[in-house]
Design a protein around this ligand. Sequence first.
Ligand code: HDD
Length: 697
Amino acid sequence: MATDPKTYETITGPGGELHQQTAANGPHLTTNQGIVVADNQNSLKAGARGPTLLEDFILREKIFHFDHERIPERIVHARGTAAHGYFEPYPAAATYSKAGLFQTPGEQTPVFVRFSTVAGGAGSADTPRDVRGFAVKFYTGEGVWDLVGNNIPVFFIQDAIKFPDLVHAVKMEADKGYPQAASAHDTFWDWIGLMPEATHMVMWQMSDRTIPRSFVTMEGFGIHTFRLIDADGKNTYVKFHWKPKQGLQSQIWDEAVKTAGADPDFQRRDLFERLDRGDYPEWELGIQAFDEETANGLDFDVLDSTKIIPEEIVPVTPIGKMVLDRYPDNFFAETEQVAFCPGNIVPGIDFTNDPLLQGRLFSYLDTQKSRLGTTNFHQLPINAPKSPVNNFQRDGMMQMNVPKGRANYEPNSLNEAGEDAGPRECPVKGYSTYAAQDIGAEQGDKLRVRPESFADHYSQARLFFRSLDKAEQAHLASALVFELSKVGLEHVRKRVLSNLVNVDPALAGRVAEGLNMDVPAASATAVPVKDLDPSPAVRIIGGPLEKVTLEGRSVGILIADGSDGELIDRLTSEIGDAGGKPILIAPKVGGAKLKDGSLLKADAQLAGFPSVFVDSIALALSAEGTAALLKEAAAVQFVMDAFGHLKTIGATDAAKPLLDKAGVEKDAGVTGLDDGFLAVAGSKRHFDREPGVRMLA
Ligand code: HDD
């Protein structure tokens, strides 16, 4: 059989050309050796009903490769999704750092960003209560910079040596193999109760921050204090912040639980759909920039990752923006094989002695070898720098480069014999570590100790709780009650409660009440707990990043037989004009027969599209449609959940019986479908409705 000429797509790899087989290779199915396959459906047999032959190299190769398709999932952050995009600096960036990516305002640096949950396995749901990873790979002209952060500005522990214990405690219990993707179990809270330094992070973890509505409605944080170094070698300490243009938005806990069942892929789908319709999410990169004097004047140590620097004390200066505009072509090749390492850093950015960061510098490089199987993981297209890679590191499993010549050592004088001598170091352009003579400078005796300045574990936990809006405080207290109610060991619950007394006695009282337990005495603290000034910047509700808008938000329009086509048209176009996403939902996906007799196709079937998927709902129903839907539990639940999840509900007069059956009571978030609906739909959730719909702690 004649073979068509193949067109190979050439991808430039580090230090050479990589020839990747792609679909552009031609129309014919081949083996991995390039032999065209004649029949991909039947194995080779001795006789039509006879045994399959070992000789079948096509079968063997196919099954062999399939058997090894999976690689170990990430130890943490196993479940994630990612997108490509770009970063553009603002003029301010260059004043702090000489890093190339910060020098030219508007000049784009490609990025790849992976969002993740922490505790669950790769196949778990998107919406557990969990911290979200926010990892950014910048392919700069000077090499790769990875900013591997989370959506929370602090971490559970102060020293990396505790990380394996933290992860063992939170993951599914060692004997049972469950719970999956949940911190609500004995071992997590046992460990937390014994680890007072985790208390501040636990406050954030129990807050609405860990049930984000979407990956694009989250803040991101670099967490550690880093350094930026300018062209004159001047050091500025910085904390990195990603501020979402989309605003901050979270789910209600009950909504997150229901979402997990209805669509475990809710957040990855959301990201893909946004990119698909050109609704590109954007974040501003900001820094809290400070000097040593400021650091020394704070109530805590900036090398301690369990602490924030309140934005009211050191404001965030925007230094650039990031836009995500393309989803990966292939989940495995890109999202799964991307290897982030906090140790990937470029000239103009540097580490500090934060002991959590220092441990991370080892762990990530190490884990990639186990996950990706080779020290050459940096050659995979998604990990390969887009700047030249030139060195004498050689060989290793799955080596993709074919270096020429015999210069694989340095120094060498092969050039004197006219041979290629290979690359040489460059003190001018090369990375030089900041000669730290300031905080945490390398000096003193070898000690396994923690500095005294890391001793205050509760004051910022108190600051966080007291800075929240009332509704958020109630959510946090209720989350603690929920989680501790899943803890079987009573002494563990009691110990956590005694730690909570140090955070805020009223909070401890509410949680104890929710558990029907007594409030124990406060646990011992190393230093007295301080009442620090509140930081409104940590709030979602009423905070600086809360957004009242329909932009990027969805409205589920419920239609049924007899619905008014003109009303639906008006709603759809008005929602679209406001930057929102209208979604038509009907009992049958094929559509509903409208008042004028025409058939209108739906985007989704009601039974498979609960209202947890949208930000507000419109019941564009006729009397006929309403009567039919009164007998459909999915319709009643659709409305009941929208009300319980504090969403705006717009409804025709004819839909009133459905509202009544769903227990909807009139309030500011329940309107007609006239012009006012859009304004209310675009507003925030109706938290003042909440005390009437659920008992909170
Ligand atoms: Fe980590 C993955 C974030 C502390 C060890 N971590 C991982 C990812 C994120 C973070 C976002 C997923 C990256 C991806 O999408 O591939 N980790 C953090 C943050 C921390 C942190 C913000 C504290 C400020 N991590 C931390 C410590 C250690 C690790 C202290 C170990 C000593 N983290 C890992 C790891 C992972 C990882 C085991 C698993 C998969 C991977 O690295 O690539 O090495």
